[in-house]
Each structure stands twice: as C-alpha cells, then as structure tokens.
Design a protein around this ligand. Sequence first.
Ligand code: CUA
Length: 313
Amino acid sequence: MNRLRSLMMPAPGSSYAAEVDNLYMLIFWINVIFFLLIAGLLSYFVWRYRRRRPDEVTPHISHNFKLEVIWSVIPLIIVVVIFFLGFQSYMNARIGPGEALEIQVRGKRWVWEFEYPDGMRTLNEIYIPVNRPVRLIMSSEDVIHSFFVPSFRVKMDVLPNRYTDLWFHPTEEGVHTLLCTEYCGRGHSDMLGQIHVVSEAKFREWQGQGDERTRAMPLAELGKLLYESRGCVSCHSLDGSRREGPSFKGIYGETHAMRDGTSVLVDENYIRESILMPQAKIRSGYEAIMPTYQGLLRERELAALIEFIKTQK
Ligand code: CUA
C-alpha cells in the first residue's frame, strides 16, 4: 500500500503531508471500488440481458424507487464524510500553532528572498530545524508568484501589496524542493529553491557561518553555485548571448560605456558595486532593473561571485 502511495506522490516531509495522503488514498480507493462495481455490473448486465432471439422484446421499466434511494443516499453519505475530512484537514493546514519560527518570504522576478527574525537574509534557500513548526509570511515585489513545496503538500499564492501565509511542521531531516507555480515571466522556471531541514545544532551552526559544503569550496566554484542558485543566471548569460543584463563572458577587464556618457573599467570594485548597488552605474543599452543584493550575500560569497566572473573568458 505504501509503495503505491510513493508511486503517486513525493515522499512526505511534513506532518500535514500524511494527512493529505491519507485522504487522497481514501478517495482513490473509493473510486477503485466504485469503478469495479459499476464497470462489473455493466458488463454483467450486457451479457445477462442480451437479446437472444430476433423477436425478443425488452420489458419497459420506468423506475425503481428503492434502488434510486439507495444509489442517491449512499454516495451522499460518502461525499459528506469526504467533505468533513477535507474541511478538517484544510483547517489544520491553514491554522498553525502559535509558537512557530516565523520567516518572511519575498517573491520577485526571479528569486525567492527569505528573512529570519534575527535579520539574516538568504536567497532561494532556507535552513530550518526539524520538528519545529515554521510559519512563512509571504509577499511579492512585482507580479503574482506561488510558493509550492510538493513534499510538504503546501502551496500558496504570493501576491503584491498583501500578505499571505503558510505553515508546516517538518518531521524529517532532508532537502526539499521549492517551486514557483504561477507563470511569472521568462525566469519563472528559475524560481527554484531548496529547503534544508536539519538538526537544531546544525541550524545554529548554519546561522553563524553558512553551511559546511560551501565553506570548503574554492571561490570560483562557490561563485558558480551562487550564480546558478541566487538568480544571476536568469539575466546574465555565460556564452555572450544577450539577456536582460550583460553576459559575463569576457566581461572582466573590458571597458564599458555607461548611460550617462562615462566609461568604466570592469574590475573587482565595479563588479562589487554592481552587485550591491546596481543602480549606481547603468551600462548603456540596458534597463536599470537589477535588484540589490545588499545584505543578501556574505563577504566570502561576494568575493566568490567576483572570482567566478573573472574566470568567464
Ligand atoms: Cu515566480 Cu513563477
């Protein structure tokens, strides 16, 4: 039974997932039973009441009161039961416990930004401790996005000018995929994130210093990871092709004309400024649409991105 369930749905990662799956499986089996019953009776009647002689006449039956009551009342009871189970489950999903870890979520084209109560901010990635409820307070800076974590069985639209919220209780350590499920422009499919559920001790360590994997990475390699995971990839290509922003190919060491008529040498300080204060200098021919990454990158991550850009020959 559990194998059938895992064929149909991703492994459950939250307390709510089990609830959703149980209801889903209940409805699934009710459907299987009724399908077999109806298809079986249908086939049997086709055979049983087939016309045997050319002059055979079928009796004219207009209705059967007892049968009609049975096939109305039984399904009615079943859907009422499903309604109450679904309603209970829905309320459990909407109303969280009071003592949750609250994280602010901002969707913007095309990244997810998270802010912890202590002010720490991350992009496309959060770490949360296992067995502690988490409440997300979500809003969008531009268009409608939608926050979807299949393994938690939770999904909620993220709207501009209004907060929506979502909560879940992660029950196992592991990595869960976060997707945007509202088509929000060309970078929609890049709005992928990861939710790392870790032990309480690991969570504290990460809050202090970032995760171990990236701490051990050489700068350029970490830069590549950040380029792909922090949203740079949606606007800056590596092969010289033009997107919303300039390609990174061969950019380091070039001299670029700016909108205001000046020209700027692309060096470490210019790249740093462009990441932290993207509106300071706008290259001619491009729109001033890049969001600031101020407060979103650790010092070493900035150095890593700069190093990565330098290696794009
Ligand atoms: Cu954001 Cu699709």
